[in-house]
Design a protein around this ligand. Structure first.
Ligand code: AHM
Ligand code: MG
Length: 335
């Protein structure tokens, strides 16, 4: 049944908890709402990015002689500071930190694990191109105390919730707790995420293909053949247009809404592709599967890969199931 009235993210989460996780303590809901809060703080700063030349270059000094933090470092700090003290997490990992992020001694630890890329695609900021935050939440596997790398190196099929925030023409929080994918658009007037896209399903037809084709000559032959096949129009109900922003969240979000396939294959330079399994590929793979799509590294379902390093990279093929499975067939030499 469709709920009535304006549905804020917190109302949505509370109602979902009442319906699905009846015995839950509320810690999980609290954690997701805190991630959304941090996203609002980051959104405010991202929206000012065009003013850095007036306010001071990122990484340099502003007119007051104060250091201006780079936006990706700023976003990293915002997420960390929002979540370190809540007693909800036992450990975190971020693209911005080489090592795992411990919960400081002075704060209690909780049962959950957070992995995130605080500001993906940040090289696009100067051109006012959409960028995003990507995250996933797991339950800890170690018994107690501070979390360890073991808590972080869980396969994506153990994800409890995952999603992304897109800082675009509007800011959107898109997330799944295993009950479908829902999108919430930030109303800047009231500072609330409002349910705007309920139960997103990837459209049946894959309209778009997205890949950085400058690497064509560096891909393995099966990948080249797959892309040639798409471009020839031979793929059954295959894409009819190409779009590539170079910002994973934005490319993914568009393909989720319009249907399509995004690929970042391995190449002669990046033997395992470029994208990171833990905090880029896995959360997106979780979201796409919840929306009826599929994600693979070309051989294996992304969500079934057990990471061996928190910054491990993986080739990524993600989008409409039929297109990703077709890519797998090319790579297996069946086409
Ligand atoms: P980043 O984590 O350094 O921002 O890099 C990740 C980004 C993704 O958003 C995007 O899909 C990819 O890099 C684009 O790479 P390329 O410029 O090689 O096409
Ligand atoms: Mg990134």
């Amino acid at each position: 049944m469709k709920p009535h009235g304006i549905i804020t993210l917190s109302r949505f989460m509370l109602e979902e908890r009442r319906r699905v996780r009846k015995d839950a303590s509320g810690a999980f809901t609290e954690l997701l709402l805190e991630v959304a809060f941090a996203a609002k703080v980051v959104a405010r700063e991202v929206n000012k990015a065009g003013l850095v030349e007036i306010l001071g270059l990122e990484g340099g000094e502003n007119i007051h002689g104060e250091d201006v933090t780079k936006l990706d470092v700023y976003a990293n700090n915002v997420f960390y500071n929002a979540l370190d003290h809540m007693g909800l997490l036992c450990v975190m990992a971020s693209e911005e930190n080489d090592e795992l992020i411990e919960i400081p001694d002075r704060f209690p630890v909780g049962d959950y694990v957070l992995v995130f890329d605080p500001l993906d695609g940040s090289s696009n900021i100067d051109a006012n191109v959409s960028i995003g935050t990507i995250f996933a939440i797991y339950r800890r596997v170690t018994a107690r105390g501070k979390g360890t790398v073991e808590d972080l190196l869980q396969p994506g099929n153990r994800i409890l919730a995952a999603g992304y925030v897109i800082y675009g023409s509007s800011t959107m929080f898109v997330c799944s707790t295993g009950q479908g994918v829902h999108g919430f658009t930030l109303d800047p007037g009231i500072g609330e995420f409002i349910l705007s896209h309920q139960d997103i399903q990837v459209p049946e037809k894959a309209k778009v293909y997205s890949v950085n084709e400058v690497y064509y000559d560096k891909w393995d032959e099966p990948v080249r053949k797959f892309v040639d096949h798409i471009k020839s129009g031979a793929a059954d109900s295959g894409p009819s247009t190409a779009r590539y922003i170079g910002s994973l969240v934005a490319d993914f979000h568009r393909n989720l809404l319009y249907g399509g396939i995004f690929l970042y294959p391995a190449d002669t330079k990046n033997k395992n592709g470029k994208l990171r399994l833990l905090y880029e590929a896995n959360p997106m793979a979780y979201v796409i599967e919840q929306a009826g799509g599929y994600a693979s590294d070309g051989h294996t379902r992304i969500l079934d890969k057990t990471p061996t390093d928190i910054h491990e990279r993986t080739p990524l093929f993600i989008g409409n199931r039929n297109m990703v499975e077709l890519a797998e067939k090319f790579i297996a030499g069946e086409m």
